[in-house]
Design a protein around this ligand. Structure first.
Ligand code: DAH
Length: 338
C-alpha cells in the first residue's frame, strides 16, 4: 500500500500539462470528492495501529504535493492566457473616465486663488449658527427691518438657532477669535427660505471677504475689488454704487462694466453694459466692537459674492437649479475647466 502511494507521489511530481482541462482532470483524480485522497483517508481508519503514523504521513505528503502542483500549473496556465493582453503594447489604452469638478467649486477655487495671491487665507464657520453670529453681532438687532432681507430657516425647537443666511457670520466667528491684522475669505453654503425658481434657490454659495488692520480706507477696498475684477473676469472698469448693509458703513454695490459687444451682453446687462457683482463696504464700528476689536484703532472692509451668480455669468447658465440636480450631462461639460 505504502509503495503504491509513493508511486502516486512520483506521478504527481512528474505531472505536466499545457491544457486547463487536463489539469482539472488531474485535480479530480486526486482531490475530487471521489478522488484518490478521499479514498485513502477513508482507508486510514482500517490501517493497523502500528502503521497509522507512517500511513498518515505519506497520504499527507501526497495531498500537499498534489495541491502544490495544481496551484503551480493553475498560475502558469492562467498567466499564459492573459499574457497577450499585457504584452501587446500597440493595443489602445483603456478609456479612463475622468470626473469633473462642479462649476461652483471651479469658481470658488479661482476666487480663493486670486485672494490667496494677495495674502488672504481661508476661514471657516458653522452652517448651523446662532442668532448672535448671523444677525445681532452684525448690527442687525432683533426687530431690525433689515432682517427681512433674508428669509431664514430656523431650527424648529430653538428660535435662536438657524441655518446661516450669509457667510458674513463667519466674519464674526473669526474676529471673536483673532485680533487684526485680519485678511480672510470665507467660502460657504448658505440657506434662505425662498421659493425655488430659475433665478433663486433656498441653498446657494457665497464667499465673504474681510480685511481689518490699521488705516484701512475705502480706497483699499476699491483697489482690491479692481484687482479681483481684472483677475477673475478680465475686465478693468468697476463702479461702486451707494447701498445699504447693516454691517458696513458706508456700503456699496459693485458693478462691472461688462460691455455691449453682442446680443448676450445686451441680455445679461439689460442693455446697460453694467453687471451687479457683489455687496461691500467699510466694516461698521459697531461690528468691530461686538467682536472685541477696538474701532478707534482698527478699520477695515468686507465684501460678499454669490458664487452661483458668477458661475451663471461665466458659463452662461440660464437656470440656477442646474447646479443642484447633478445631471451628469450638465456636469460633464466642465471636464476641460479643471
Ligand atoms: N451678507 C450679504 C448678503 O448675503 C452680502 C454682503 C454685503 C457681505 C456687503 C458683505 C458686505 O461683507 O460688506 O447679501
Amino acid at each position: 500500500m505504502i509503495d503504491k502511494i509513493k508511486a502516486h507521489i512520483a506521478k504527481v511530481e512528474a505531472f505536466a500539462t499545457e491544457k486547463k482541462e487536463e489539469l482539472e482532470q488531474f485535480r479530480l483524480e486526486y482531490l475530487g470528492k471521489k478522488g484518490l485522497l478521499n479514498d485513502l483517508f477513508a482507508k486510514f481508519k482500517e490501517v493497523p495501529k502500528e502503521e497509522k503514523k507512517e500511513f498518515g504521513q505519506i497520504i499527507n505528503e501526497l495531498k500537499s504535493k498534489a495541491e502544490a502542483k495544481i496551484n503551480e500549473l493553475k498560475e502558469k496556465l492562467g498567466g499564459h492566457s492573459a499574457a497577450p493582453a499585457y504584452n501587446d503594447l500597440t493595443r489602445p489604452a483603456f478609456p479612463m473616465e475622468i470626473g469633473s469638478r462642479h462649476p461652483v467649486s471651479l469658481i470658488k477655487n479661482k476666487i480663493v486663488e486670486i485672494f490667496a495671491n494677495i495674502g488672504f487665507s481661508i476661514a471657516e464657520g458653522p452652517e448651523i449658527e446662532d442668532d448672535w453670529h448671523n444677525f445681532t453681532a452684525l448690527n442687525l438687532p432683533e426687530y431690525h427691518p433689515a432682517r427681512d432681507m433674508q428669509d431664514t430657516f430656523f431650527i424648529q425647537t430653538r428660535p435662536d438657532i438657524l441655518l446661516h443666511t450669509h457667510t458674513s457670520s463667519v466674519e464674526v466667528c473669526y474676529m471673536e477669535q483673532n485680533q487684526p491684522p485680519i485678511r480672510i475669505i470665507a467660502p460657504g453654503r448658505v440657506y434662505r427660505n425662498e421659493d425655488i425658481s430659475a433665478r433663486s434657490h433656498c441653498l446657494f454659495h457665497q464667499i465673504e471677504g474681510l480685511y481689518i488692520d490699521t488705516n484701512v480706507s475705502f480706497a483699499d477696498l476699491k483697489q482690491t475689488l479692481l484687482y479681483f475684477t481684472k483677475e477673475m473676469f478680465g475686465k478693468s472698469k468697476i463702479r461702486l454704487r451707494p447701498s445699504y448693509f447693516p454691517f458696513t458703513e458706508p456700503s456699496a454695490e459693485m458693478d462691472i462694466y461688462w460691455g455691449l459687444n453682442n446680443e448676450i451682453d445686451y441680455r445679461i446687462t439689460k442693455g446697460t453694459g453694467w453687471l451687479e457683482i457683489m455687496g461691500c463696504g467699510m466694516t461698521d464700528p459697531n461690528v468691530l466692537k461686538n467682536c472685541n476689536i477696538d474701532p478707534e484703532k482698527y478699520s477695515g472692509f468686507a465684501f460678499g459674492i454669490g458664487l452661483e451668480r458668477v458661475a451663471m455669468l461665466l458659463y452662461q447658465i440660464g437656470d440656477i437649479r442646474a447646479f443642484y440636480e447633478n445631471d451628469v450631462r450638465f456636469l460633464e461639460q466642465f471636464k476641460s475647466s479643471i
